[in-house]
Design a protein around this ligand. Structure first.
Ligand code: NAD
Ligand code: ZN
Ligand code: ZN
Length: 379
């Protein structure tokens, strides 16, 4: 089959790899109809987290079930499914508590949590390919209505729509609350959409990319361009000096200033400044335990020097981690089916799998208009 293969930093190739096959009785093979490129794919793409050459990329996948193992009885050949990026066993203590992002059995390294096509997340190949092997298929796969309707919306259910929603859950967004979201990439945009769905009264979104900020306004958010506006005074003026109730971090460890210089503590400091005393912060942007190319000595070992003293003084709660996709995906699917949510608004490019190497380069540079790329391997 054809797949997108990681070769080295800034180098991915469209090439032939062996077809996946049923390896365990609980496996399924999914023919991928849509796979997305994610901001998280850019961490290995840029060589900022070590990925083995030869790995097939892609953890945002959906498609049609092509084959099932002897032990699979809920999912059937021909079913249309969304594949959560967390791959989980369904029977360990964390899975039983709904914490599929910290499955204790799926990652052979012993680290809690596994995923497709990602360093340190287990040996599982990604879905930027014609076919994908899905372990524990009955547990992991989300059933979708048959046909092709809402394809570009449903494809956001594997990761970024639940992840953006998770950011608002961690930040305890509820009706009437005010929210500041840092980062208007795909995850931040989904957090803005989710905050509005949860009934927030005012949603601010902060970035420096005008095309992304314009999309955020379509979801009803108030855009703040940090390269031309002062974040703190704008938010304080708009909230009677009070600050926002909730803050979402959707940037991650490569947070940078308007000139592009990285400051890994910058967004955490901004959040602690604009969230009110006793407010809540949800951090879904990724921070790495090791980052040899980091801007500060501490950050090279995952130690981010942010204003924890101020956070303590204000009594702010900070929650973080990967999204347990299965906790939210069926409800978000139903919002799409009933036309209450339309995450596909962020899609800028629908391409064939062969176009992916070029798309990686544009998306990585945040080139104007490249907000979200979805790939159709079958096309
Ligand atoms: P992205 O890189 O496309 O978006 C990040 C955005 O942050 C960019 O638009 C950038 O301009 C902006 N930004 C940079 N510095 C900033 C600053 N100082 N203030 C405000 N904005 C700033 O990526 P994405 O796909 O939207 O993902 C965002 C983060 O979420 C990444 O770290 C990604 O790895 C992570 N992620 C986490 C999970 C999870 O389960 N927790 C899942 C998916 C993605
Ligand atoms: Zn992703
Ligand atoms: Zn498990």
């Amino acid at each position: 089959m054809k797949a997108i293969v990681f070769k080295g930093a800034f180098d991915v190739a469209y090439e032939d790899v062996p077809d996946p096959r049923i390896e365990q009785p609980l496996d399924a093979i999914v023919r991928i109809t849509t796979a997305n490129i994610c901001g998280s794919d850019l961490h290995p793409y840029e060589g900022r987290v070590g990925m083995d050459s030869g790995m097939v990329l892609g953890h945002e996948n959906m498609g049609i079930v092509e084959a099932v193992g002897a032990g699979v009885d809920r999912i059937k050949v021909g079913d249309r499914v969304s594949v959560p990026f967390n791959l989980a066993c369904g029977t360990c203590r964390n899975c039983n508590e709904g914490l599929t992002s910290a499955c204790l059995r799926a990652n052979p390294s012993g680290q809690p949590g596994a995923g497709y096509g990602y360093p340190a997340m287990g040996p599982y190949r990604g879905g930027q390919a014609e076919l994908l092997r899905v372990p524990w298929a009955d547990f992991n796969l989300l059933s979708l209505p048959e046909g092709t309707e809402h394809e570009s919306d449903f494809t956001m259910l594997s990761d970024i729509f639940p992840t953006g929603y998770h950011g608002t859950e961690l930040a305890q967004v509820s009706p009437g609350k005010t929210v500041a979201i840092f980062g208007a990439g795909p995850v931040g945009l989904m957090a803005a959409h989710s905050a509005m769905l949860r009934g927030a009264s005012q949603v601010f979104i902060i970035d420096k990319e005008p095309d992304r900020l314009a999309l955020a306004e379509k979801f009803g958010a108030t855009a703040i361009n940090f390269s031309t506006e002062d974040i703190e005074s704008t938010i304080m003026d708009a909230t009677q000096g009070f600050g926002v109730d909730s803050g979402v971090e959707a940037v991650g460890y490569q947070a940078h200033d308007a000139s592009g210089q990285e400051h890994p503590e910058m967004v955490l400091d901004n959040l602690i400044a604009v969230v009110r005393a006793t407010g809540h912060i949800g951090v879904v942007g990724v921070y790495e335990p090791e980052d040899p190319d980091a801007a500060t000595e501490g950050a090279k070992a995952g130690r981010i020097g942010f204003n924890f003293g101020q956070a303590f003084t204000k009594g702010i709660s900070i929650a973080t981690g990967q999204c347990p996709v299965k906790k939210y995906n069926r409800y978000l699917r139903d919002l799409i089916i009933h036309d209450r949510a339309n995450p596909s608004l962020i899609v800028s490019h629908e391409l064939s799998l062969a176009d992916a190497p070029d798309a990686y380069s544009h998306f990585d540079k945040r080139d104007d208009g490249w907000t979200k790329v979805i790939l159709h391997p079958a096309a």
